[in-house]
Design a protein around this ligand. Sequence first.
Ligand SMILES: *[C@@H]1O[C@H](CO)[C@@H](O)[C@H](O)[C@H]1NC(C)=O
Length: 227
Amino acid sequence: TSPNANIQKMLKEGTEVTISCSHDDSNLNVMLWYQQKEDNHSLTLIGYGYANIPQNYEGQFEKQFELTREDSLRGALIVRSAKPSDSAVYFCAATHCASGYEAHFGEGTRLTVLEYNVTAPTVKILPPSSKECKKKKKTLVCVASGFYPDHVSVFWQIDGVDVTDGVATDNNAVRKNESYSITSRLRVLAEDWRSPDRTFTCTVTFFNGTGYEPHSDSVHGTAGKSI
Ligand SMILES: *[C@@H]1O[C@H](CO)[C@@H](O)[C@H](O)[C@H]1NC(C)=O
């Protein structure tokens, strides 16, 4: 019964956006909408309501946002003229009544109202530092930089197979001027790194507003060279 919504949206300032929400349990007659800003991870209630009657708004959201409710299973949040300050993750939730019952949350829709041109990342793997040479494990660092906005995810592969063990990716991309960067680290056994036929690939999946673009870099293990 988890409500679902689209996941990522990107739009120009001043345009209109509709974030829709649906679920499949007609007992959950109240739909609530929340905003989560990046700098403050708490959820702020935008408003809520029942089907076929006017929706209720929290004060600061009444002018900017409109909530619609087609029926008990479907609803939408509409931003008529989006501003950069509306960039946030929006969640819908469905529950039995306005308070006191468990709410079922959707996955959330990540909305960015663009301030600059959309730019894809440059991806580069930095090989292990020589300072690590005596250790049993080596750390490869993947740096993605120069991208805007920050709708990215990072994954690693060894010889084309996804790896998650030993992977640590920054929780958030860091903004500097008009672009973002993010790093991810992969720790591998030194013997794997020394194997010249191993290929290590870091792929950054960038959402460009319409689709997902993979941007990768690969390095080969070094054949027993002690670097
Ligand atoms: C965005 O990504 C999609 C999917 O990879 C691609 O087809 C499309 O051309 C890209 N759009 C732009 C503007 O680069």
